[in-house]
Structures are given as structure tokens and as C-alpha cells.
Design a protein around this ligand. Structure first.
Ligand code: ZN
Length: 180
């Protein structure tokens, strides 16, 4: 496994619709495992392949990353599709591709997702709570949609202003002109 560089907004791959995985092979498994390792070292609970610069429909998630009772809740899937959804929830979301900011986003509170697992088999699973929120956030990434696109126009502008401020704190020469 290897840690990959996490791409930050507004790099092009984050606003590009990712391609489906056509078959599970060792390259995809390696990508999934690298993404899991990258997610854990970055203290994230979810990561989509475009966030490591790969425009494929692959995501990893672990909403209990501290491995409570020695149990990992790691999910590594390809081609996820929400087949059913219910309810509604608002949660303050962050994103590894937007370091330094968070914003409240409205999501479905319970979803059913069809996907291909690391073993290559298709399966359907149910998610609610933080897992449902995180899955919708990551599946959006596969569409080239980031969480700020789920905000109103004013909220989005404020979030981007905060983002530029945060990036400039880590790098005074950060080019704010690229952020729109
Ligand atoms: Zn994200």
C-alpha cells in the first residue's frame, strides 16, 4: 500500500465526471488499498478516487476509523449507485480536498446503495447516520460534484472566501484567482 497525494479544489479532476470500473483487477484493488491508507493518515472518513487524481468510480469509507473493539468498518467499493433513499438530514460537512472549511449540507438520511465490492461481487447495502451522509458526499465526487455545489449561491461564496483564507494561512502565496 502507498499513500497518495490528495488533490485539492479547484483541480480539474475534482470537477470531472469519473468513469465506471469495467472489471475488478489488481490495479483497482491496489487503488482501493492506497485510498484507504491515504484516508486513514489524512484523518478522513471517506475518500473518492478523483481526490487522489484518478477519474474512476471508486470510493473508500470508514466512519469508525478508530477501529472500536478491533472492528474496522472499512468499505471499499466501485461503481456505487443510490437505488433508494428516504428522509432528510443536515450535517456540517468537511472534505479533504477543501482543507480548512466546513459547511452544512442537506442529504438523504437513509439510502440503499448498489456497488461492486473489493472481491468483484455486486451487492446492495443499507446506510444511515454518518455513513449515509458520507456515501452521498463521496458519490457526488464521482459525478464531479463537491459539497460546496450543494450550498446556496451565497453560502457557496462565503465558503470559498473561507477556503481562500485557510489556504493563505498555510501558504501566503496561494493564488486566490484560481478559486471561483
Ligand atoms: Zn470530499
Amino acid at each position: 500500500m502507498a499513500i497518495r497525494r490528495v488533490v485539492t479544489y479547484p483541480e480539474e479532476v475534482l470537477v470531472t465526471k469519473a468513469l465506471p470500473v469495467t472489471g475488478m483487477d489488481s490495479d483497482i484493488v491496489r487503488l482501493m488499498d492506497d485510498m484507504a491508507e491515504t484516508m486513514y493518515v489524512s484523518n478522513g472518513i471517506g475518500l473518492a478516487a478523483p481526490q487522489v487524481g484518478v477519474s474512476l468510480r471508486v470510493l473508500t469509507m470508514d466512519v469508525v476509523p478508530e477501529k472500536k473493539n478491533g472492528k474496522s468498518q472499512l468499505i471499499q467499493i466501485a461503481n456505487p449507485v443510490i437505488v433508494e433513499g428516504h428522509g432528510h438530514v443536515v450535517y456540517e460537512e468537511g472534505c479533504l480536498s477543501f482543507p480548512g472549511i466546513s459547511a452544512p449540507v442537506s442529504r438523504l438520511s437513509q439510502i440503499y446503495v448498489k456497488a461492486i465490492g473489493r472481491d468483484g461481487n455486486e451487492f446492495v447495502f443499507e446506510a444511515d447516520g454518518l455513513a449515509a451522509i458520507c456515501l452521498q458526499h463521496e458519490i457526488d465526487h464521482l459525478e464531479g460534484i463537491t459539497f460546496i455545489d450543494r450550498l446556496t449561491g451565497l453560502q457557496r461564496r462565503l465558503a470559498l472566501r473561507e477556503y481562500v483564507k485557510a489556504r493563505r494561512e498555510e501558504n501566503p502565496n496561494y493564488d486566490a484567482a484560481i478559486v471561483r
